[in-house]
Design a protein around this ligand. Structure first.
Ligand code: AMP
Ligand code: ZN
Length: 112
């Protein structure tokens, strides 16, 4: 999508601090970290949110979770949280599917 921030980041049009990249997905550090380690994993293809996941794009979502498992191991993270906000009331501010990966501090439950 031409005016989507995360499409531009995935395409290299807007700079980011890369954690991982392959043909299907891109991971980069959050610009406003909420934990000592905070990065985002996104599909390269535009999907608005978890609410738009269906049988046609589910394989990339499954792939993203294999990437999260691999990258967190490589970073030495043994405890972390994966979060995706869906819709404005839940705090979604960028409408391109992304999974937050947060680690490095005690994370409270339930989240606020
Ligand atoms: P959400 O509010 O769940 O939609 O998450 C969007 C996240 O994107 C927020 O945590 C922002 O800090 C992060 N963000 C916004 N712009 C950038 C950027 N240019 N580079 C890295 N992270 C960003
Ligand atoms: Zn997009």
């Amino acid at each position: 999508m031409s005016d989507c921030l995360f499409c531009k980041i995935a395409g290299g049009e807007i700079p980011s601090n890369k954690v991982y990249e392959d043909d299907l997905c891109y991971a980069f550090y959050d610009i406003d970290p909420q934990a000592p380690t905070h990065f985002l994993v996104i599909p390269k293809a535009h999907i608005p949110s978890v609410a738009a996941v269906d049988a046609s794009n589910a394989p990339v979502v499954a792939h993203i979770f294999t990437v999260i498992a691999k990258v967190t191991k490589e970073l030495g993270l043994t405890s972390y949280r994966v979060v995706s906000n869906i819709g404005e009331q839940a705090g979604q501010s960028v409408f391109h599917l992304h999974f937050h990966v947060l680690a490095g501090r005690d994370l409270t439950w339930p989240p606020g």
